[in-house]
Write a protein that binds this ligand. Structure first.
Ligand SMILES: Cc1cc2nc3c(=O)[nH]c(=O)nc-3n(C[C@H](O)[C@H](O)[C@H](O)COP(=O)(O)O)c2cc1C
Length: 223
């Protein structure tokens, strides 16, 4: 019988194992980005989180969200950006680390910012057909998970959105913050925009009592 075809590992791919990557005493933040135009803010959220001591950040991006920011911009900041392809790239044999499981083991806090209408619907219905939704489905309910919806006002006001938001809060126990009202990127005006990126990071800093890195205090005073 012929051997099953082996998937070639990309040379630059570094397998990820939560135990080896967790740094004791640090807050491990997983930022999940989805296909809302508000994903443009992902690099700002990451950079701002990195201004605090003892914070480690990694990003998991849906395919659509990568239309809105450059993966390389984050890689240059030392932040890993995981995508659906990575899920299969590192796995060859039984016993190899499974990325969505390792990522959920790694995370102390999950931020879904922005959360598109599509991903919201998928989470509320238990779908797990990509890396973002698989890791959410595998996540321990005790891991704090904060959802920041971002969508066109009409999408937000669609009756299904309220049902989905109710499900993810009352059944799964996620926290939902926003959306806020402002002129949206599509030109419509109304509720649907993602909470301001600075407010997202400030919420994390306040709740987890994060301390600013000394050099970042100096640079923010001089601005
Ligand atoms: C330019 C552009 C902007 C979009 N902005 C949003 C948005 O703000 N919110 C949203 O829910 N969907 C938005 N969409 C649609 C989503 O990208 C689409 O529903 C996609 O399937 C979401 O996939 P994901 O949830 O896997 O990321 C936008 C699409 C385009 C082309």
């Amino acid at each position: 019988m012929s051997e099953p075809r082996r998937r070639a590992r990309t040379p630059s791919f570094v397998p990820f194992e939560a135990d080896a990557e967790r740094v004791p005493g640090s807050l491990h933040v997983l930022l999940l980005t989805t296909g809302s135009v508000a994903s443009i803010k992902a690099p700002l959220i990451v950079a701002e989180l990195q201004r605090y001591e003892r914070v480690r950040v990694q990003v998991v991006a849906t395919k659509s969200s990568l239309a809105f920011f450059s993966k390389h911009e984050l890689l240059d900041r030392g932040v890993r950006v995981w995508t659906d392809d990575d899920e299969w790239r590192g796995w060859r044999h039984k016993g190899d680390p499974i990325l969505h499981i390792e990522l959920r083991r790694w995370a102390d806090l999950v931020l879904i910012a922005p959360c598109s209408a599509n991903t919201l619907a998928k989470i509320a219905n238990g779908l797990c057909d990509n890396l973002v939704t698989s890791l959410l489905r595998a996540l321990a309910p005790t891991t704090p998970t904060v959802v920041f919806p971002a969508m066109n006002t009409h999408m937000y006001e669609h009756p299904l959105t309220a049902v989905h938001l109710r499900t993810i809060t009352s059944v799964i126990g996620y926290e939902v913050i926003g959306p806020i009202g402002k002129e949206l990127a599509c030109g419509d005006s109304g509720v649907g925009a993602m909470t301001e990126w600075r407010d997202i990071v400030q919420m994390v800093a306040d709740r987890w009592k994060l301390v600013r890195k000394p050099q970042s205090i100096r640079s923010s005073r001089s601005c």
